[in-house]
Design a protein. Structure first.
Length: 340
């Protein structure tokens, strides 16, 4: 074979290789796709403050977050408050996200990246329902330097990408709720009354005792008697539903009183395999031994009004452990008798 023919074949081979590379990795010039290190969502960093809604769908499950007067609400939970920090972190992460690595453009392989049936279809919208960002969000992982890495795909791109900065997300409405329910200093509690037993704490002390303990009874250790107070001081919930008058019969009622006049009544219901709590709040200023406590708010009546606004007309699904503490009976607070 002559040297000239060999050179021609070499050039043709090189051209074929370059063509193959272009087919595999070339970009569609009609699409505005950035490169490595560029913003994942073009223009979102400057427009993120205009975000007024977030829609997230996965299969038949969906969440619609709506912003009103600076606060976020979960539409699928009758407008209950969303966790502001969680929504803010997600939007901030999207605005600052950068492209890390280009990935496959073959949608038949998207399932390897979580971008097929299990993907989150996410849309960030402004007040006029115009999309600020729209993308599929797939598998998410953490890198060695602590920055999150997530597979995403936008219709404006020619391929999927591995990007940085995106916070975790879910299509489950309950996932976005503000799960904090009560935030009351434990030192304020005077007593917690169950139907058949009352746990009390003397003002100025840390130890709890069983009220009206019978002669043949012995209370459990103090750390066990403190369980209800510890639970109620920072009570959270798993899910919520708007129900003014539950059809089910209550199974338990627990009342907690503070030395500064706050009264909480939790009525428990068993519904659909879970325990739900209805919370009632009242305030009766007590000028007696409680007085103005160090950990009590200056405006006790205002605190009660805020709690009432947050809880009235709602049922809160409790975790299995929290429900177990509130469903205890007298025997659960008493030490077992030694065998004769």
């Amino acid at each position: 074979m002559s040297e000239r023919l060999t050179n021609i074949l070499g050039y043709l081979t090189l051209i074929a290789i370059l063509a193959a590379i272009w087919v595999m990795f070339g970009e569609d010039p009609s699409r505005e796709q950035g490169g490595r290190g560029e913003a994942t969502f073009s223009g979102l960093e400057t427009a993120i403050n205009d975000a007024a809604a977030v829609r997230i769908t996965s299969g038949e499950v969906s969440t619609f977050l709506n912003k009103v007067d600076g606060n976020w609400y979960v539409i699928q939970r009758d407008g209950y408050a969303a966790d502001r920090e969680m929504v803010r972190d997600f939007l901030r992460g999207a605005a600052l996200s950068e492209r890390r690595e280009p990935k496959t453009d073959n949608k038949d392989r998207f399932h390897h990246l979580g971008l097929a049936d299990t993907a989150l279809d996410i849309k960030v919208l402004d007040a006029d329902d115009r999309p600020l960002a729209a993308f599929l969000m797939g598998e998410r992982k953490d890198s060695a330097n602590g920055r999150s890495l997530t597979y995403i795909f936008q219709e404006s791109d020619t391929r999927s990408w591995l990007v940085t900065g995106l916070a975790d997300a879910s299509a489950d409405p309950a996932w976005w709720l503000d799960h904090s329910l009560l935030n009351i200093a434990e030192s304020r509690f005077a007593e917690i009354a169950y139907p058949d037993i009352t746990i009390e704490r003397a003002l100025g002390t840390q130890k709890y005792a069983v009220k009206a303990l019978k002669a043949d009874e012995k209370a459990q250790a103090d750390w066990q008697l403190r369980d209800p107070a510890r639970l109620l001081s920072e009570l959270t919930f798993d899910d919520v539903r708007k129900v003014a008058n539950p059809l089910a019969e209550p199974i338990k009622r627990v009342t907690a009183k503070t030395y500064d006049g706050l009264v909480l009544t939790l009525t428990l219901y068993e519904m659909e395999g879970s325990t739900w709590a209805q919370v009632a709040v009242s305030y009766t200023p007590d000028e007696g031994e409680g007085g103005m406590m160090l950990d009590a708010p200056a405006d006790g009546e205002g605190e009660a009004a805020t709690l009432t606004e947050k809880t009235h007309g709602w049922l809160f699904q409790l975790s299995e452990y929290d429900a177990g503490v509130l469903k205890r009976s007298r025997k659960d607070f008493l030490a077992e008798k030694a065998p004769e």
